[in-house]
Design a protein around this ligand. Structure first.
Ligand code: GLY
Ligand code: MN
Ligand code: MN
Length: 435
């Protein structure tokens, strides 16, 4: 594994918390994700299903977790199924988890081969009244015509056990996953630390006329070098007006002299993610206007992040953030104060320059699962990411940090990533002096 071993106490505790919320006499069955195919014999790689990972720590394809806390026989209460290796797999792909390794990672005593799943489940299924099954319940999930492993498991259970009741495992995992344990926060911190290092490499390598993808390469180099699994999402390296397209990520343009470059990037480490945004001048010196816009956004980040604390509702927090940005837009001369005072509250004028939310949960998913109707609590990890986008001036600025909420406020997990104007200019120019 690329990442340091995660103590299995995390997964043991997660399972304990999970089953405490399930109905009596039910069996939970969670599956891993499919390996996504590309063209011909190429695959896009494997990303574990996050609910399965949360409850088992197993990072291998073709895995099934079965939890049946009320099973008559103790050996049927937790069973992990992993795929059995063979000579062919060994020759082409290398090692797969042994039963002992899977048991050590997950803390589950009974590990069986996947090909025995149907037979073993049959032995316990009729003892139970129903099944908890996994499904993607993210509010912004992307659904297309692809059937997932979870869809197939639901169909299979309905077919084989039509009189069992089905329940939603995701309703429980999203309640649990939204509040992070110390081990989880440490993993997000590690991801954030790698992001900080990557940003320093970018500062050392940025120069007028460099390509956006050259800066992306610095981020990729660092995360691979430091044991990150992958980018948390395809990084955005957007120079000049490209920064005004919120999900721009082709990163194929030239960073012209005098342009500001927006970089929104994250590292996935041990399946936990960081998510940060910084803006830098391609030539090492912000223009006066870039400074004005940057300072406005930085002010919103500093003031807004103070609001991230237990007891506040996401919707109220977003309203306060919007007011902060609105105030800055007036100061920048982009909005007229009297027009703002008379605006239709359903169509606020700030939306022209600031069109996204500023806090999302962060964890196993970058936009982590959890209900936004739940008030913020200690242990939640959230981003703070105000932005101002002015396409007509070729300036798009967003600044994003990651915070873990404490009983009294929050801790900035990305505090080590340079953000002050002078600091960023100095770090870019230090490199120019060395040349
Ligand atoms: N990079 C995605 C986000 O900032 O939410
Ligand atoms: Mn981001
Ligand atoms: Mn974000």
């Amino acid at each position: 594994m690329r990442y340091q071993t995660i103590p299995n106490s995390l997964f043991i505790k997660n399972r304990k918390n999970f089953i405490a919320k399930t109905k009596k006499n039910t069996i939970t069955i969670l599956t891993s994700n499919d390996v996504k195919h590309n063209n011909a014999d190429d695959v896009m790689g494997f990303t574990q299903n996050n609910d399965l990972f949360y409850l088992s720590g197993i990072d291998q394809e073709e895995t099934i977790l079965v939890l049946y806390p009320d099973a008559y026989k103790p050996e049927n209460r937790e069973i992990l199924f992993v795929k059995e290796t063979n000579e062919h797999i060994k020759i082409w792909d290398g090692d797969k988890l042994t039963k002992e390794q899977a048991s050590e990672i997950s803390g589950i005593k009974r590990v069986e081969w996947l090909h025995d799943f149907e037979k073993i489940l049959q032995l316990i299924a009729f003892e139970a009244d129903g099944f908890y099954l996994g499904h993607n319940e993210h509010i912004k999930r992307v659904t297309n015509n692809q059937q997932t492993q979870q869809d197939r498991m639901i169909d299979w259970c309905k077919d084989k056990y039509p009189l069992h009741k089905l329940h939603r495992a995701a309703k429980i995992t999203r309640e649990l996953r939204i509040v992070k344990s110390e081990i989880e926060v440490a993993l997000i911190q590690k991801a954030a630390d790698i992001s900080v290092e990557g940003f320093h490499r970018v500062l050392q390598n940025v120069q007028p006329d460099c390509k956006e993808y050259e800066l992306e390469a610095e981020l990729t180099y660092t995360l691979v070098k430091r044991g990150g699994t992958r980018h948390a999402f395809k990084p955005i390296v957007a120079s000049g007006k490209n920064a005004c397209a919120l999900h721009y990520n082709v990163n194929d343009d030239t960073c012209e002299d005098g342009e500001m470059i927006l970089m929104d990037f994250g590292v996935c480490y041990g399946n936990y993610n960081s998510d940060t945004t910084r803006c830098i001048p391609s030539n090492g010196k912000f223009s006066e206007r870039q400074k004005e816009v940057y300072s406005a956004v930085l002010h919103c980040l500093k003031e807004g992040s103070k609001l991230l604390k237990p007891g506040i509702l996401s919707a109220d927090y977003e309203k306060k953030m919007a007011s902060l940005v609105e105030e800055q837009l007036i100061k920048l001369g982009l909005l007229d104060a009297s027009e703002v005072a008379a605006q239709n509250p359903d169509k606020p004028l700030y939306k022209k320059y600031f069109m996204h939310g500023t806090a999302h949960h962060l964890g196993l998913d970058v936009h982590d699962v959890g209900l936004y109707s739940r008030v913020f609590e200690a242990g939640m990890v959230l981003t703070c990411e105000p932005g101002i986008y002015i396409p007509e001036e070729g300036i798009g600025c967003r600044l994003e940090n990651d915070y873990v909420l404490t009983e009294t406020g929050n801790i900035n997990l990305t505090a080590a990533m340079p953000i002050e104007i002078e600091e960023i200019e100095e770090l870019i120019n230090k490199k120019n002096l060395v040349k």
